[in-house]
Design a binder for this molecule. Structure first.
Ligand code: MGD
Ligand code: MGD
Ligand code: MO
Length: 838
């Protein structure tokens, strides 16, 4: 998922501005890992570098380590809640599973009683049942894809630790892609030769200097920059603050007046299209530019291929529908005049088209960014300072210049191991092992991985073959799920179907900190430590690599919770002789690993004299209790995305078959998919406001939550600030509210043919008529009722793929109905332990 391996030559360290961290004198011989009982502890999380205040061994508050802007980040203040609330307090097994693991009544998953067991017994049980499933059904029936936004850290990475265990013990089925950018990360390599979504952007100083117009198309950075995949470097808010005061023209295109639109206020114009219709709007702009000859013919000729094959579609020669602004206006609901004005404005001024990812998490989500690149190509500013497009300014502070320094090492997933007679005999790809069965499994493992958001489809339809980006994938027969570090019962689309799917396999094991709905859906649950109960290391800034920060243990491990590393090490011991030695690299402890990962960075830094920075020995650094900060280079500060390509498209050809931007793709043409053409195209989504015979009245956007990270922190006191009628709030336009007779504060039933949830009404003109917003991430709370009592948006979303090309999820495509709730009073159980648990 979020990797950052696409760093380019702009990283050349030579021209480092020297901002050397202080080199402390050596005072300690070993890293001091004693837990502070009273005082301040430095640590870090997705939501930034933090200072925790500890009193008598209890964490009483947390706050940011640094303040870089006036834009607040409440996620940084919740540490006590995250340590003490909703914890799983003992290893537990579902009653029917404990009684008979061979016939465990999977239909009772989520509603059965739980039984506390000894940790050692839970370990033995999982090792035994895993071995049984592998023997009976093969390794491909073990699903350990385990997607999720678990805590940051280079060592305590539950997903990689799980994969390491599952690889070494004999293999598993994994996944492809992610939920975030499922569609765009597959289409963009066909179009521009790279994924774009997790790549460095034209640097902010360049944008601030050179752009005249900045467009934020379906993007809410004031909310989404609260976090990063590693730990936020907190540079993004600062740049958006500067942008606000820059006098540049700012245009926000979003059906919702998001936190960002509100932040910019009268410094920006807010344009609210009908959801999922941006492709039509962009086509209207493209048509107008072409018709008025306001487009860069030379750029199209020199840097792109296939405009001539796209043109007949644009002009309506292929389908008798010219994509005029008037045509577009009827679909997207934006005045024809505005469509034309915007197009000309973009062409006449240096314009940066920034875009978030919401609009690609929709049916035919491959199209919006492909069309955005096509529009940007017509504008001809790609590769110029402050022009073109950027798909990551809203995420992990894309555009904050990359620093010259060191990058930490991290734990790896190892490779396939071979176990014979309960003994680990070697790695399958080593010369010591020539086991043909394991060799063929190596191949099968690659074949059985499927797109991550197809998980429920795969569970329900073993043996089904699907198309994916020109390949065929056949689902394995999954009989064992192991999930560590995600909350798929809340985060995956169409919860009711998902629950049916999760009731198919014989065994489900989950490592969790809290009683999340996913933990409640397991057969065996291991309570694990939160990141505040162990030591780790992280970089900050997924693109800037600005700091190397310690993640320090703040408090003792709570309620006997174990680290994921401990759980998997113990599973190794129970699984086969000799396995734990390989897993732990001969007994390495947490601090041994951290020292190794630190040294990867420190050695590189110390070897590079030009940096003017040196890093001390690990012990000394650790005991200092603060991060090491690196400085951006002059090159990275003035870096322009696609600048090298623009300079010389032959020498710096793109990774597409033609080496150019592909407005028409022969590769996609050859796939012959009915739901993705060889050029960007307007496809009607399965559900949208403009469809005939709408199955429901409102278009629901389940955007990313501002006061949470997905479902994380739903169990903190921040919830008190946003809950309405004790539930997740749903935002609705005043005219719509009047129409259905609801007002702010009302408890409503939100429903469609897929399910129903309770929510609390917020009436606001900050949303387009016909659109409602129910943020993703409210813990699912409907195991014992027909309705989800907490307002989990995915009960209402659809679990079909974007198209055969990318198979991304379509969270933002769903119609719903709303009515006043008149049923019997229903309490909230989302944050309560299940039956039988403390
Ligand atoms: N409707 C709708 N649905 C969506 C989206 C949307 O826009 N709309 N967005 C999608 C996107 S982009 C994403 S990325 C996904 C996110 O989906 P997830 O990543 O599954 O969501 P999180 O709530 O972050 O779940 C992380 C879980 O990991 C646990 N955890 C944290 N640290 C550790 C640890 O050290 N060890 C273990 N074992 N567990 C740990 C947390 O307690 C939490 O339960 O959701 C997707 N779902
Ligand atoms: N605070 C916080 N920050 C986060 C996260 C979080 O959960 N909380 N999650 C992180 C993760 S994993 C990811 S993937 C990113 C997600 O980043 P994004 O995918 O960009 O976030 P979304 O909230 O899904 O959508 C962004 C905006 O697009 C708008 N939008 C939705 N549909 C359409 C449409 O059809 N057209 C137009 N024009 N606009 C549309 C939404 O109203 C919203 O304001 O955020 C990351 N940052
Ligand atoms: Mo995501």
């Amino acid at each position: 998922m979020k990797t950052n391996n696409s760093r380019r030559s702009f990283l050349k360290a030579g021209a480092a501005l020297s901002l050397a961290p202080l080199i402390p004198s050596s005072m300690f011989a070993s890293p001091n890992t004693a837990i502070i009982k009273n005082g301040t502890v430095f640590t870090a999380a997705h939501w930034g570098m933090l200072k925790a205040t500890v009193k008598n061994g209890k964490v009483i508050s947390s706050q940011p380590h640094q303040i870089t802007s006036k834009i607040p980040n409440p996620l940084q203040y919740t540490m006590p809640d995250l340590v003490y609330k909703t914890r799983i307090k003992a290893p537990m097994v579902r009653k029917s599973y404990l009684q008979n693991p061979d016939s465990p009544k999977p239909e009772l998953r989520g509603i059965d009683e739980w039984v506390e067991v000894k940790y050692e017994d839970a370990i033995k049980l999982v090792a035994r049942e895993l071995k049984k499933t592998r023997k009976q059904k093969g390794s491909q029936s073990i699903f350990a894809g385990s997607y999720g936004w678990y805590s940051s850290g280079k060592f305590h990475n539950p997903r990689i630790l799980l994969h390491r265990f599952m690889n070494l013990s004999g293999g598993f089925t994994g996944t492809l892609g992610d939920y975030s950018t499922g569609a765009t990360q597959i289409i963009m390599p066909h179009v521009v030769g790279g994924i774009e979504v997790y790549e460095q952007q034209t640097s902010w100083p360049v944008v601030l200097e050179s752009s005249k117009v900045v467009v934020m198309w379906g993007m809410n950075p004031i909310s989404t920059l609260r976090i990063a995949w590693s730990s936020t470097d907190e540079q993004g808010f600062k740049y958006f603050e500067e942008l606000k005061n820059s006098g540049k023209e700012i245009i926000i295109i979003d059906p919702v007046k998001s936190e960002t639109a509100k932040y910019f206020g009268d410094k920006a114009s807010w344009i609210a299209p009908v959801p999922n219709t941006d492709v039509a709007m962009m086509l209207g702009m493209a048509y107008h530019l072409y018709e008025t000859k306001n487009y860069d013919k030379k750029f199209l000729e020199e840097y792109t291929i296939g405009f001539d094959k796209f043109l007949p579609y644009l002009l309506g020669q292929t389908d008798k529908t010219p994509k005029t602004p008037a045509w577009a206006s009827q679909i997207c609901g934006i005045d024809e005049k505005i469509i034309k004005e915007l197009a000309i404005k973009f062409y006449k001024n240096r314009t940066m088209l920034m875009s978030g990812w919401g609009m690609q998490r929709a049916h035919h989500g491959e199209q919006p960014h492909w069309m955005l690149v096509t529009l940007a190509s017509m504008l001809g500013q790609i590769g110029l300072p402050g022009g073109g497009f950027g798909l990551s300014y809203h995420y992990s502070n894309g555009g904050a210049p990359t620093c010259a320094g060191g990058v930490l090492g991290g734990i790896n997933a190892a490779s396939l191991g071979v176990i014979e007679n309960n003994k680990f005999i070697g790695l399958a790809n080593s010369s010591a092992v020539s086991n043909s069965a394991s060799q063929s499994w190596l191949q099968k493992a690659t074949d059985s991985a499927f797109p991550v958001a197809r998980i429920a489809d795969a569970l329900l339809n073993p043996g089904k073959t699907i198309d994916h980006n020109g390949n065929k994938i056949t689902y394995p027969d999954i009989d064992f799920i192991y999930w560590a570090g995600g909350n798929p019962l809340t985060q995956h689309q169409d919860t009711n179907t998902n629950i049916k799917a999760w009731r198919k396999p014989r065994t489900v094991v989950v490592n969790e900190i809290y009683w999340t709905p996913t933990a409640k859906m397991a057969d065996i649950v291991f309570p694990v430590t939160s990141q505040y109960e162990r030591n780790d290391l992280t970089m900050t800034g997924d693109y800037s690599n600005m700091d190397i920060a310690p993640i320090k243990q703040v408090v003792e491990k709570q309620n006997g919770a174990k680290d994921d590393y401990q759980v998997f090490s113990d599973l190794c011991k129970a699984y086969a002789d000799g396995l734990v030695e390989v897993y732990t690299a001969n007994g390495k402890t947490e601090m041994d690993w951290l020292e190794e990962f630190y040294n990867v960075a420190a050695n590189a830094v110390n070897a590079n004299v030009a940096l003017g920075v040196s890093m001390p020995k690990f012990d000394e650094w650790w005991n200092k209790n603060e991060p090491t900060t690196f400085a951006p280079t002059m090159e990275s500060s003035s870096w322009v995305r696609f600048g090298e390509f623009r300079e010389d498209p032959i020498l710096n050809a793109l990774g597409t078959p033609s080496g150019l931007i592909e407005i028409y793709s022969d590769t996609i043409e050859a796939m012959k998919y009915d739901d993705c053409a060889a050029y960007p195209k307007w496809f009607e989504p399965v559900e949208w406001l403009g469809m005939k015979d709408k199955p429901a009245k409102f278009h629901m956007l389940s955007v990313h939550p501002t006061d949470r990270l997905h479902s994380q922190q739903n169990n903190t006191s921040l919830r008190e600030n946003y809950a309405v009628a004790g539930r997740e709030p749903i935002t609705i336009n005043p005219k719509d509210a009047k129409d259905i007779g609801v007002k702010t504060g009302d408890l409503v039933r939100v429903y469609n043919k897929r399910g129903e949830v309770l929510a609390g009404v917020v009436v606001s003109d900050e949303i387009r008529q016909g659109v409602v917003r129910l943020r993703e991430g409210a813990w699912y709370d409907g195991f014992d009722s027909k309705v989800c009592k907490n307002g989990c948006a995915n009960v209402l979303t659809m679990d079909i793929p974007t198209s055969k090309l990318a198979n991304g999820n379509i969270s933002h495509t769903a119609l719903v109905n709303i009515e006043l709730y008149k049923g019997k009073a229903l309490g909230l159980d989302a944050f309560k332990a299940p039956k039988g648990a403390k």
